[in-house]
Design a binder for this molecule. Structure first.
Ligand code: MLT
Length: 398
């Protein structure tokens, strides 16, 4: 063929982080058949869906098989019943949204990756370490990225005063809180500083709140819109994956406030609607019905009980690390434990050591960016039994 490709793809790693990990684990298990591997790498849930969710999904699937209740294409931005449920969900945090500001999608990863479609060439500020999708999707678009480091000193919570270059320059700023991978979470005061910076420079914050359901502390906001002024500078992306166990079902949402306008006055909300109606045909009816059920009082109760189960796993892992004097963050307001590799090991070195000596799979910090080197992420999304077994093995080898 003589076609040209998007050469920006040459600037990203050949394999996506979690694909790289599964290839390494596959090679290990082929070379060591019969070894009992415990997977605490990718943040994938292990508990089945709450019963209130599967009941709603079954009823909706049945409706699709009846002439009277069959539905064809869903609205691109979501059924009004689910948007209303999301709207009410935000009211719990004192946040009022207009229905037109809510966009239902097949998950946070897609929204975060697709957002670059509507943005031009801007300064892009991304914390490091971070969920690789922010970096990769900007590199795919040829955008230049400024990384701001999270580290032990700043509690893995980089602040605007770390931004280098022209401080007045508008930027697209990514914030994930509670953070993937570090589990660190911004409090209201810290988030207010980011909002103030964005308003002062005319910047846009892309706020990823996929892990908000894991927050336990009262002083940590669940949504950026709890901060005054955020409606004028932030979009928010959230997901049913971690909160309701939808990793295999796929549903999420994005909030694009009507007040957001670009330098030439263009409405970001209108642009996003235009983008979605061109490239996306909506989420299936049974999935949206299931998502709506997760947001009912009974659904919330069942989802939060699953989250409590994962929290117990996180506490077990934390206890082992405490007993070994290993520094870590996360686990309290997040499903992730972010630990410093012992004996100054590199993060891939520690990955290999854990896999070979204890048959535990985690995620090397370096996979989330340079500032993650020397750190390692363990997820609490495993089963309780596997987490207990992994903790026994960790106690032995650390
Ligand atoms: C992770 O392990 O970082 C997440 O599961 C990735 C994702 O949510 O896509």
């Amino acid at each position: 063929m003589n076609i040209k490709i998007n050469s920006n793809f040459k600037n990203i790693k050949e394999t996506y982080l979690f694909s790289e990990i599964s290839q390494r684990v596959k090679r290990y298990s082929e070379a060591n058949p019969g070894k009992d591997i415990i997977r605490l790498g990718i943040g994938d849930v292990t508990l089945p869906l709450p019963s209130v969710v599967t009941s709603a999904m079954k009823i909706a699937a049945g409706e699709m098989g009846e002439q009277k209740t069959f539905r064809g294409y869903p609205p691109e931005s979501g059924y009004p019943f689910l948007k209303s449920a999301v709207q009410s969900h935000y009211q719990r945090y004192g946040v009022s949204l207009d229905i037109s500001e809510i966009f239902i999608s097949d998950g946070a990863k897609s929204d975060l990756g697709n957002l670059v479609d509507i943005l031009g060439s801007n300064k892009v500020i991304i914390p490091d370490p971070v969920y690789p999708v922010y970096v990769d999707s900007n590199l795919m678009n040829g955008n230049k990225i400024t990384l701001i480091a999270g580290n032990k000193e700043n509690g893995f919570l980089p602040m605007p005063d770390q931004i280098t270059g022209d401080a007045a320059e508008p930027a697209v700023i990514y914030i994930c809180s509670p953070n993937n991978p570090t589990g660190a979470a911004y409090n209201s005061e810290q988030l207010a500083k980011w909002v103030e910076y964005a308003l002062g420079t005319g910047s846009l914050i892309i706020y990823d709140s996929a892990y908000e359901a894991f927050i336990t502390q009262d002083d940590l906001p669940h949504s950026i819109y709890e901060i005054k002024g955020a409606y004028e500078c932030a979009v928010e992306v959230c997901s049913f994956s971690k909160f309701a166990g939808f990793t295999g079902v796929r549903c999420g949402w994005m909030i694009v406030p009507q007040k957001l306008t670009a330098d030439d006055g263009t409405s970001l909300n209108k642009m996003w609607l235009r983008r979605q109606s061109t490239k996306f045909n909506g989420v299936s009816y049974p999935v949206q019905a299931a998502a709506e059920a997760a947001l009912t009082p009974e659904g919330m109760k069942q989802c939060l009980s699953n989250i409590e189960y994962y929290r117990r796993n996180a506490a077990l892992i934390g206890e082992v690390l405490d007993s070994k004097g290993i520094f870590y963050t996360g686990g309290r307001n997040s499903p992730y434990i972010w630990l410093e590799c012992p004996d100054k090991m590199g993060s891939w070195e520690f990955f290999d050591m854990l896999l070979n000596k204890a048959q535990i799979v985690g995620t090397p910090g370096e996979g989330f960016g340079e500032a993650g080197e020397g750190y390692f992420r363990i997820t609490s999304f495993g089963t309780y039994e596997n987490t207990v077994r992994a903790c026994d093995r960790l106690r032995e080898i650390l």
